[in-house]
Design a binder for this molecule. Structure first.
Ligand SMILES: Cc1cc2nc3c(=O)[nH]c(=O)nc-3n(C[C@H](O)[C@H](O)[C@H](O)COP(=O)(O)OP(=O)(O)OC[C@H]3O[C@@H](n4cnc5c(N)ncnc54)[C@H](O)[C@@H]3O)c2cc1C
Length: 462
């Protein structure tokens, strides 16, 4: 066999499973069709870690509770930024109020640190709320985390512990053999004892699952700058009778994110009007980014119905996938390890290689680093204070960036107020130099997303 385990898909779940499995004496490879791992993890480097309270499905709720507890240890171990933010689910009318009472009664014995508050009591905790609030479900369990760093840490540590990452390789089929599996890609054929499939592939010969309960709605996403006059100190979700939800959440960087989830495809103007109903001090000039993306609320299925022969798959997409990832990775790893003859490695390195984030350092530390490596003295992004040294490190580190998106997610470049207007060309130039490529060959995130289409004048240098 080429491998003991083949992991298909390098999203956050694939990378987390690779990390858990790399603790064991196994020969593992991960196959990802894109240039980089975990490139769909979030729109920016800040996501909510839920606690199961907002979730209707009991299995998903349990996974969130387990993930919420595990993710704290992961963040500490991997040096990933995490901030505690309480959350409030808010009802402003009679029907929604009854819904909150129902949820509270259902979950109060399952989830610790949750409370049902009257509007007045909630106002004492969260001063920015309006006095229309009738009832509040209050939780002290929720967090905000940097999902890019979490996903990359999982991948990089797995790589450092021997997992073979095969990027830019697409799985075309998975076939069962008399013993083990054959995985066919656009470049190779591999044999293995076990397959963990985290890709949504529908045409594979094995594991066609019709059990997936797809639940998709529309979502409008606003990232607000930190000039908004009124800010909430908690993660606030307003629920409405028709199922629409507006969530306002602080981000790790101190801005606010707002999403509106609705069964209908509401316009940008209607979405913005909904926001100002709840926070009348938000102005249009406060919007730094706007996205329209589906709201995924599938019940995630860990399908082990072919486990006897060695095939396990994780199907579905959820708005809380970052939260549940550590739980899924642990469950899947336990199942796989119990089916293979393996032991824990003695030389497992449970640490991400260090790197510097200049904006988080004091001047003394900055000076010391610049003395060792002058590229840290060259500022590339003035908005977020990101240096050339950080970009070079992002490209050279294990599983390093090869695209603009890759550099962006590893360093935070182009996330500032100018959104790349002042630094984009400099990043492309560094990428080209480091990879020994032409600037016209550098892509944003995939093969067909070239950033520079061609030269307009034939100078020797660009
Ligand atoms: C805007 C947004 C906000 C979010 N906010 C939160 C939040 O606040 N809290 C939270 O907990 N979660 C949040 N999430 C959810 C979560 O981040 C994502 O759903 C999650 O990253 C998906 O991870 P995954 O690994 O399961 O799936 P994917 O990232 O989809 O992984 C599947 C991987 O398989 C690869 N692949 C597919 N087909 C093939 C093939 N044939 N061959 C090889 N590779 C293949 C894909 O390229 C992909 O990398 C958010 C998501 C989004 C988009």
């Amino acid at each position: 066999m080429d491998y003991d385990v083949l992991i298909l898909g390098g999203g956050i779940i694939g990378c987390a499973a690779a990390y858990e499995l790399s603790k064991y004496s196994l020969n593992i490879a991960l196959i990802e069709r894109d240039y980089d791992i975990a490139d769909d993890v979030a729109l920016f480097n800040s996501t909510i870690v839920y606690d199961g309270l907002e979730c209707n499905d009991s299995l998903m709720s349990k996974l969130e509770i387990m993930g919420n507890s595990l993710i704290r240890d992961m963040a500490q171990k991997f040096n990933v930024k995490l901030k505690e933010y309480n959350s409030m689910i808010i009802a402003e009318d009679e029907n929604c109020q009854n819904k909150l009472i129902e949820i509270y009664n259902e979950k109060k014995d399952i989830i610790d640190n949750i409370y049902l508050l009257d509007g007045n009591d909630a106002l004492k905790i969260e001063h920015a709320l309006s006095n229309k609030v009738k009832k509040v479900l209050y939780s002290k369990n929720t967090l905000i985390i940097e999902p890019y760093d979490l996903a990359l840490a999982y991948g990089e540590i797995a790589f450092d512990n021997g997992v073979n990452f095969k990027l830019e390789e697409e799985v075309l089929d998975i076939q069962r053999m008399s013993k083990g599996f054959r995985v066919i890609t656009n470049k190779n054929k591999f044999t293995c004892n076990m397959v963990l499939n985290t890709t949504p592939g529908k045409n594979y010969s094995i594991g066609k699952s019709d059990r997936l309960n797809k639940n998709r709605e529309n979502q409008k996403y606003f990232l607000l700058n930190n000039k908004v006059k009124k800010k909430f100190d908690s993660i606030i979700t307003f629920i409405k009778e028709d199922g629409e939800q507006i969530c306002m959440s602080p981000t790790i960087e101190g801005n606010s994110a707002v999403y509106i989830k609705s069964a209908f495809d509401i316009s940008y103007e209607d979405a913005f009007n909904e926001i100002i109903k709840f926070n009348n001090l938000v102005k249009e000039e406060n919007i730094s980014q706007f996205y329209e993306i589906p709201f995924y609320n599938d019940t995630l299925i860990i399908d082990d119905s072919f486990m006897e022969s060695g095939y396990i798959s994780v199907n579905g997409k959820s708005y809380a996938q970052v939260t549940i990832t550590p739980a899924i990775a642990k469950i899947v790893c336990e199942t796989i390890v119990n089916n293979l003859n393996c032991v824990l490695k003695k030389d497992f390195i449970d640490k991400r290689r260090e790197f510097y984030k200049f904006r988080d350092l004091c001047n003394n530390d900055r000076k010391k680093i610049i003395k060792l490596n002058k590229s840290y003295g060259k500022m590339v992004c003035y908005c977020n204070k990101i240096t050339e040294g950080e970009i070079i490190d992002a490209i050279r580190r294990p599983l390093g960036a090869r695209t603009l998106e890759g550099v962006r997610r590893r360093t935070g470049i182009t996330f500032g107020d100018c959104m790349g207007a002042r630094c984009l060309n400099k990043v492309i130039k560094i990428l080209a130099r480091e990879m020994n490529k032409d600037m016209t060959d550098i892509v944003r995130e995939s093969g067909d997303s070239k950033l520079i289409l061609g030269r307009i004048k034939e100078f020797n240098d660009m």
